[in-house]
Each structure stands twice: as structure tokens, then as C-alpha cells.
Write a protein that binds this ligand. Structure first.
Ligand SMILES: [Zn+2]
Ligand SMILES: [Zn+2]
Length: 128
């Protein structure tokens, strides 16, 4: 077979195949149309539910994040102004790498702990 002929026959093969594939897909689509539409509808519905749930969670989380950020910021300001003093770690009495751990963000309550203890608290392996 010479080059041109081979190219042509490849092309023909692909085209024939494409026709066949398309025809199959069309046939499948029409024969499964009802169930396919139903499936898509269901998918959209569950998907929408998920997205709504995600949006609600995201909103709640971002409010929570804002609150936490502003409370942490207020602690930082108080420390800077000297109206609040660092105390040794609530758990191990260390005086290094102290951080404020909020026990109640709403009321801006918490304890000073060192970084190591703080990590453990946040992983909930320890209670303060
Ligand atoms: Zn904390
Ligand atoms: Zn500690």
C-alpha cells in the first residue's frame, strides 16, 4: 500500500468508526432518554442540596473565622497596651512561646499556654 492510499484508508476507517460511534450514542441516548433525564434531574437535585449545604456551612464558618480573628486581634492589642499580661503556660508553667488559647470566643475568655501545649489542646488531646 502506498502512503497516500494508507492515509486515505485510515481516514475512511476513522470516519466510518465515528459514524458508528455517533449512531450508537444517538441510539443509546434516545432509548435511555427517559431514565437519563431522570438521572440528570436527580443528580442536579442532590447536587443543589449539597451546594446549598456547602454555602450554609461556608457562611457559618466565615462568621466564626471573623469572630475568632477579631477576638485574637483584641488580645494582641491588650498585650500591646499592657492591659493584659502574659501568664506562664496554664498546663506546664513554661514561660516561652506563650499563646492565648480562647476557651470562649464570645466572651473573649481564655488561658495562656505555651505553643507546644496549645498544639496539643487544639488537637484535643489535652483539656486545659
Ligand atoms: Zn487555642
Ligand atoms: Zn505548656
Amino acid at each position: 500500500m502506498n502512503k497516500t492510499k494508507k492515509l486515505l484508508s485510515d481516514k475512511n476507517y476513522r470516519e466510518k468508526n465515528r459514524e458508528k460511534i455517533n449512531a450508537n450514542a444517538r441510539q443509546n441516548y434516545w432509548s435511555n432518554r427517559e431514565s437519563e433525564l431522570e438521572r440528570r434531574k436527580k443528580y442536579r437535585e442532590t447536587h443543589r442540596e449539597q451546594e446549598n449545604a456547602y454555602a450554609r456551612r461556608y457562611k457559618a464558618n466565615s462568621l466564626e473565622r471573623k469572630l475568632r480573628h477579631s477576638k485574637r486581634e483584641s488580645v494582641r492589642q491588650k498585650l500591646k497596651r499592657g492591659t493584659m499580661k502574659r501568664t506562664p503556660c496554664h498546663l506546664c508553667d513554661s514561660t516561652e512561646n506563650l499563646e492565648f488559647h480562647h476557651t470562649n470566643y464570645e466572651r473573649n475568655e481564655g488561658v495562656f499556654v505555651c505553643h507546644d501545649c496549645h498544639v496539643l489542646i487544639e488537637r484535643q488531646k489535652l483539656t486545659y
